[in-house]
Design a protein around this ligand. Structure first.
Ligand SMILES: Cc1cc2nc3c(=O)[nH]c(=O)nc-3n(C[C@H](O)[C@H](O)[C@H](O)COP(=O)(O)O)c2cc1C
Length: 214
C-alpha cells in the first residue's frame, strides 16, 4: 500500500515544525530531576525504531538506566576518560577545556545505553560493515529530534570507556556500545551549541562542492 504524493505532502505548519525541531535541537548537559514520562519515552522509541537501517536489520538494542549506583559507575568511567583527554590539550586550550561541562550524567533521570547488536546475515552491508553502526546512529538521531519536539533534552556522552560500560551492563558477546545518552527535562534550552558559547570552537559553514572536489 502507498499513499499518493498529495496525501503524503506536509502542510506549511508541519514543515515548519519539523525544521524547528531540527534547527533548535541541542546537546543538553543540565537536567531537572523530573522523570521522563513512560508515554513520552514510548513515542521517542517509536521515532528511534522507525529509523532506516541497512537491509532492514534494525541492528539496535537499548538498556535503560535509572539506578544511581550504575550512573555513578558510568560517571567514574567518564571522569577517567576526561582526565586522559585533558592531557592532550595545553595552555589556553586546556583552560577552556577545564571550564567545559561535557556531561549531565548524575543529573539526568534517565540514561540510555544504545548498542549495535550482531547481525548474522542480511543484505546491504557486506562491502560496508560499518553501515550497521550508521543505522544505529540514525536511530539515535531520530530519537534526538523527537525528544526536541517533546521538550526532552538529550546529551550524548562519548567521553567514557565503552568497554567498561559494556561490562557494567552485562552486554552479551558481539553487542557494542555505540551511544550513551542522558535524557531528561532540560534546565534551559541553549540557543547555540554549548561548546561554541564556551569558546571551544565556533561551528563552520557547510562544505559543499559541485561535481568534484576543487
Ligand atoms: C557522536 C557524538 C558524541 C558526542 N559526545 C559528547 C560528549 O562526550 N560530551 C559532550 O559534552 N558532548 C558530546 N556530544 C555533543 C556535541 O558536543 C554537540 O553535538 C556539538 O557540540 C554541537 O552542539 P549541539 O548538539 O547543541 O548542536 C557528542 C555528539 C555526538 C554526535
Amino acid at each position: 500500500m502507498a499513499n499518493s504524493w498529495e496525501t503524503a505532502a506536509f502542510s506549511e505548519a508541519e514543515k515548519e515544525a519539523v525544521y524547528r525541531a531540527l534547527l533548535t535541537r541541542r546537546d543538553i548537559r543540565h537536567f531537572r530531576p523530573d522523570p521522563v514520562p513512560e508515554e513520552v519515552l514510548e513515542r521517542l522509541y517509536q521515532a528511534f525504531h522507525a529509523a532506516p537501517s541497512v537491509g532492514l536489520t534494525q541492528p539496535w538494542a537499548i538498556v535503560e538506566i535509572r539506578e544511581r549506583a550504575t550512573k555513578e559507575k558510568v560517571f567514574a568511567s567518564y571522569q577517567k576518560a576526561r582526565a586522559r583527554e585533558r592531557a592532550l590539550f595545553e595552555g589556553k586550550e586546556r583552560q577552556v577545556y577545564d571550564r567545559l561541562r561535557l556531561e549531565g550524567l548524575l543529573e539526568a533521570p534517565l540514561h540510555l545505553a544504545v548498542f549495535q547488536r550482531p547481525v548474522a546475515r542480511s543484505l546491504g552491508h557486506h562491502t560496508m560493515p560499518e553501515t550497521l553502526a550508521y543505522s544505529v546512529v540514525l536511530a539515535v538521531g531520530n530519537l534526538w529530534i523527537a525528544a526536541r519536539a517533546e521538550g526532552i533534552g538529550v546529551g550524548w556522552v562519548s567521553l567514557l570507556h565503552p568497554e567498561e560500560v559494556e561490562r557494567l551492563l552485562g552486554a552479551p558477546p558481539g553487542y557494542r556500545l555505540l551511544a550513551y545518552l542522558c535524557l531528561g527535562y532540560p534546565r534551559a534550552w541553549p540557543e547555540e551549541p554549548l561548546l561554541q558559547r564556551a569558546g571551544w570552537r565556533p561551528g563552520g559553514p557547510l562544505l559543499r562542492y559541485q561535481e568534484r572536489f576543487p
